[in-house]
Design a protein around this ligand. Sequence first.
Ligand SMILES: [Zn+2]
Ligand SMILES: [Zn+2]
Length: 327
Amino acid sequence: MHAMVLKRAGAALEWTELPDRAPAAGEIRVRVLACGVCRTDLHVLDGELPDPKLPIIPGHEIVGRIEALGAGVDALQVGQRVGIPWLGHTCGVCGYCRAERENLCDRPLFTGYTRDGGFATATIADARYAFPLGEQAADVALAPLLCAGLIGWRSLRLAGEGRSLGLYGFGAAGHIVAQVARWQGRDVFAFTRPGDVATQAFARRLGAAWAGGSDERPPQPLDAAIIYASAGELVPTALAAVRKGGRVVCAGIHMSDIPSFRYRLLWEERQLLSVANLTRQDGIDFLRLAPAAGIVTQTTRYALQQANQALADLRAGRFEGAAVLVP
Ligand SMILES: [Zn+2]
Ligand SMILES: [Zn+2]
């Protein structure tokens, strides 16, 4: 197999030949068909997340086809198309796992961060954390659903039932969540980098009631806001945009420091919370909902060996929607 490997934080990924490994008990080997590129990959590359496995094959939005089963895997079959998400393993016994909060497991493994991921021609996964995908949608179109979609869905759930929803950052997650929120009958207010009129127009095409720069106030107070961008200064900005009792959800795994702000922004029962990871139930729920909601992902395709270019383009905001690597 071949992979784009990160050998140390801050380095470029290197095209590397690796031995094909047989899946161990409980594992599957998957031929990668497509793998999405997520902002979290940039945080891994930049060394902003603690204790990565190094060297590591990044990538946690994997669409692939099973080519080998380890001992004891009976729920999946060779030839089946599956999705492999960020959540790669949980312990099953800690207090969080037993309370159906496996997203907060004390001893988890994360695909493309603490176990090898999908910027490769093949990958090995724990069979219990792979989602059957059926044969309906195209590989490239499905890939962004596996993190931007799943974690976007979890963040939307935690944002509550409010009708007017702000999205700060309108990239891979934002463009999927906007479609789900519209399907649910909500009004979407999209905030982009100031002056990014192309992304604002993209948001309006996806049904946003309003789109503007993150330095602008929405035309009405919001019931809730979700922050997908990694800029900590958006936290007080979003708190100032939500009404009394409103909620601000931070959906990223890493953010720059949040500047201090007046307590008044939080007062009146505004809530501030973060979303961490996903549970398998989130995945099952969202992958069932996505076709019903008619979600169409906007993707830019790159060859696997162009992973460094895809990551640079993501960092610079050079495409709308999501980048997807194809081996
Ligand atoms: Zn656990
Ligand atoms: Zn991700």
